[in-house]
Ligand binder design. Structure first.
Ligand code: HSE
Length: 423
């Protein structure tokens, strides 16, 4: 568990807040309703001084050093958009002896090794629950509750905007652009929404969660991912015929060799599975452990107050000097990421010429309309990892409900089919 120091339990937290957008303003309002936290915002650093804001003018500054060099401020909360300035702020804050709470997924995913080093070097807390599934306390659960050895798999919807868009398109029959616009208006989408739509936000969050789940510290560039940009209405028709939902799913699974398979890709989800009930901006996480079997976490994954609630909870945890101990990283043997497995997948496309049929172990179903064609087959995962044909030319790849097939299973199935053929 995090370290508890009783005499500091009611210590006063004086906050310097960076960013007053959807999350920053949400936090400002939420803090006004939670006096029990004994936390106040002393100053807010913003980029554009001229914008009208719903808070007293004297609270704001555009000079980051006013916050970073103020010795009374003992907590920096950083909820800005740009990743590099965020890293600079967080580093300086930790080095200046302040605890930090951050919601910057991209910054954390891209700078995890440096952030781990800074935490060790300074002994200060760096908490980031809002950088994973917004209101769902998944990081703290992975940190505190699940032992690496017992954690068999995690499967999650970690991006609210794409889940919102898929729900609006396929259930409410909105077109993609209208659904995206609505996600932006409701404050779910990133300021550059292609980060959501093309899967970058989800893989950044997955990078953060892999560190807390398994101690794996990997750059997001090394994790296979895609977003929902290639999903077509015809894919939704196939999903409906097969009684599936289409979701953008992040998953990690312990393979028989003890290594970890991890990726973020669209997937067909059976309609009786918990993740199929996750609609709109909600997120969901299914954790499978050796003895408990499956557990399901569900909650709002985007939006002002749900995200602010995670920041608020991290601020509250600082009262008793909570910090992540990264037990899986520092006190366990860290499992490697591994790509030596196969995936069963649906692929729809405009023309057969875009599909390297010879790369498939087998194709078990195919369908060809003049307009759109699809197949369901089994590919080595390395074909997905090392090539990009499956993202190009209007090709849409959606994994099957149980997509991971291990090498031994492929060999068993091949042997069986040769026996059946009398060879
Ligand atoms: N754009 C993000 C999402 C916001 O849609 O999930 C919450 O991290």
């Amino acid at each position: 568990m995090g370290k508890a120091i009783n005499n500091q339990y009611h210590k006063k937290l004086v906050i310097g807040l960076f960013g007053f957008g959807v999350v920053g303003e949400g936090l400002y309002k939420a803090l006004q309703q939670t006096s029990s936290l004994n936390a106040t915002i002393k100053k807010v650093c913003i980029k554009h001084a001229s914008k009208k804001r719903n808070a007293p003018e004297e609270l704001f500054t555009t000079d980051k050093n006013v916050l970073l060099n103020d010795y009374e401020i003992n907590v920096i909360v950083e909820v800005i958009n740009e990743s590099e300035p965020a890293f600079e702020i967080v580093s300086k804050a930790l080095l200046n002896g302040k605890h930090v709470v951050s919601a910057s997924k991209k910054m954390i995913a891209e700078h995890l090794p440096q952030l781990l080093k800074l935490q060790k070097q300074t002994g200060k807390s760096f908490l980031c629950e809002a950088a994973a599934c917004a209101s769902i306390p998944v990081i703290r659960n992975l940190e505190e509750y699940y032992d690496n050895d017992l954690l068999q798999s995690i499967k999650a919807i970690v991006n609210g905007s794409t889940n919102f868009i898929l729900t609006k398109m396929f259930e409410d029959k909105l077109n993609f652009n209208d659904a995206l616009l609505l996600a932006q208006q409701l404050g779910f989408a990133e300021s550059n929404p292609s980060l959501d739509v093309e899967g970058y936000d989800a893989v950044n969050k997955w990078t953060v969660l892999l560190a807390h789940a398994y101690g794996i510290v990997e750059h997001p560039d090394n994790i296979v991912f895609n977003g929902i940009q290639n999903i077509q209405l015809s894919d939704a028709v196939v999903a409906q015929e097969k009684h599936f939902e289409i979701k953008l799913i992040a998953q990690a699974k312990k393979l028989l060799n003890g290594k970890i398979a991890a990726f973020v890709l669209p997937q067909f989800i059976k309609q009786d599975e918990p993740l199929s009930f996750v609609k709109n901006e909600y997120n969901g996480v299914v954790i499978e452990s050796s003895f408990a079997d499956k557990q399901f976490f569900y909650g709002k994954g985007a939006g002002s107050f749900p995200t602010a609630s995670a920041v608020l909870s991290d601020i509250g945890a600082l009262r008793y000097n909570y910090r992540y101990e990264y037990k899986k990283l520092y006190h366990h043997i860290v499992p490697e990421l591994n790509n030596d497995f196969f995936i069963k997948t649906y692929i729809s496309f405009d023309d057969w010429k875009y599909i390297p049929k010879e790369k498939f172990e087998w194709i078990e179903e195919w369908h060809a309309d003049e307009e759109r064609k699809y197949l369901i087959g089994v590919l080595p995962f390395n074909e997905i990892k090392n090539k990009i044909w499956w993202k190009e030319n209007n090709t849409s790849l959606i994994l099957s409900p149980e997509p991971i097939i291990e090498d031994v299973e492929i060999r068993r199935l091949k042997k069986k089919s040769l026996e059946l053929a009398g060879i």
